[in-house]
Write a protein that binds this ligand. Sequence first.
Ligand code: NAP
Ligand code: GLV
Length: 322
Amino acid sequence: MTRPIVTVTRRLPAAVEQQLKAQFDARLSADDRPLGTEGLARALAESDAVVSTLGDPLTSAVLHRVPRRARMIAQFGVGYDNIDVRAAAALGITVTNTPGVLTEDTADATILLLLAAARRASEGARELRGGQWTGWRPTHNLGVRVSGKILGIVGFGRIGRAVADRARLGFGMHVVAWSRSLSPEAARDAGVALETDLTSLLGRCDFISLHVPSTPGTRPLLTAERIESIRPGTILVNTARGDVIDETALISALRSGRVAAAGLDVFEREPAIPPALLALPNAVLLPHIGSATIESRTAMGLLAVANLEAFFAGRTVPNHVA
Ligand code: NAP
Ligand code: GLV
């Protein structure tokens, strides 16, 4: 029996590539380089399914290219803002993602950034490696305490909740969640205060952490105007997507000190980072490694495989997004 052709756009953990080869006629990535629009159009034309990931521009134009053979896109990642899911649905292409299995590791990375920004870890590390550290002194590299402070969570989904738990239980922070769907009772059960007005939340927190997906409604959610309403001295963390913040306005706010520091794992035009952001000592920057543990990345890949298996067996796919 001929096996479905599955093109994989990037290298995946060994255990995942092994599964893909065992079950499908898998066309794996040899060089781990993005396929680009032409490569993606070719993959859609030559395969029954594509395993895509962040940064693969599966736009309406690419999806509409003919000939097209693919009937399924298994996104490796919980976010799928690189895919025009409306166009995919209209063309009858099933799209799945990999939620849940990366939640804990992404929440850990969020706390990593929160602590690093609060304690000026990047600045200290740079100074030490640059040979400029002159030794312990009482007023050197002073940051701010995290315990007892107010953390605003913007988007109280899987990762937002996992961050809230860590902040409350691990660091004794008071958590306020901005959510469109959380009820006051559910907020109480989760140990957080509920704030339904985003501007009010921005004006009352010591720390703010973003956990909304990138959608037409959230690009950007933190507009220049909303950044103006952030309480001066607040520390901002973003492990969601770069384009949910107006990056230029954020840079200005970091320069002026309105936003005291930022911990960023994601950027508006990854992997391009504005030189002005790179130059800011109060920005802790990571290369989009929120889910980068072998455990999460393997589980994400195996979930993508489970979605492919279900699709080609004619069963309901576990993680349908479009
Ligand atoms: P999730 O469980 O779906 O949570 C997202 C929450 O955002 C939802 O519960 C929803 O809450 C809120 N939301 C959705 N659409 C919104 C809109 N248009 N406006 C305002 N709020 C909206 O997703 P998750 O698993 O926590 O992941 C969140 C995001 O994190 C992903 O989409 C991805 O972009 C990012 N991520 C990044 C990394 C990384 O490596 N840095 C890793 C994993 C995920 P309400 O409906 O209650 O408002
Ligand atoms: C990572 O950013 C993801 O969305 O899975």
